[in-house]
Ligand binder design. Sequence first.
Ligand code: BG6
Ligand code: MG
Length: 216
Amino acid sequence: MSEIKACIFDLDGVIVDTAVYHYKAWKRLANELDFDFTEEANEKLKGISRKESLALILSWGGVDKTDAEKEELARRKNNWYVDMITAMTPAEILPGALEFLQALRQSGYKIALGSASKNAGIILDKVGLTSYFDAIVDGNLVTVSKPDPQVFLKGAEMLRVEPAACVVFEDAVAGVESALAGGMKVVGIGSRETLGGANLIISGLHEMNLETLKKL
Ligand code: BG6
Ligand code: MG
């Protein structure tokens, strides 16, 4: 068993509650196209790219669009989403996230971001957390989406830490699978029913501390 040396965090739904903003923007788009989707269906959108999310949503609505129309729809959704995230402040950091990042830093752990979002940089900047990360891997750097392990393996590589010595924090089914496929430990943020494969399930980073981390 390797000693834990690094933590890799998903962003949306783990450090900030932007998963809700993604949901609102996709729902608005679906409603404009005259259909709706449930919060349960929304779970499938967590962790996957904008393009793949749109393809799933259109398939749920039974709607066919050309590539050019899809691009326009994704652009429209992203504009609404960006309007919401540019208004974010540090008050929107989820409970316990800042405290846990500070504790990790003080104890010499390496920290990376592993997010599918192309907007991760703006969000970290708005909430004032950019300086906590030794490496930032976002949707602009990856070529394949979670559940492929690429995003987290890239993070581990940039931190120069072997995957087995990394713990990933994830709220998405695809993200938990991605971390496990990369040979990392994973803490699921959410419910046991959705994130079954994780090594530990917590409801938020306020439940996390260095002692629990060392026992993983
Ligand atoms: C992930 C979210 O973090 O980023 C997904 O969980 C989202 O819901 C994906 O689709 C891509 O985000 P963006 O900001 O590039 O549209
Ligand atoms: Mg997430």
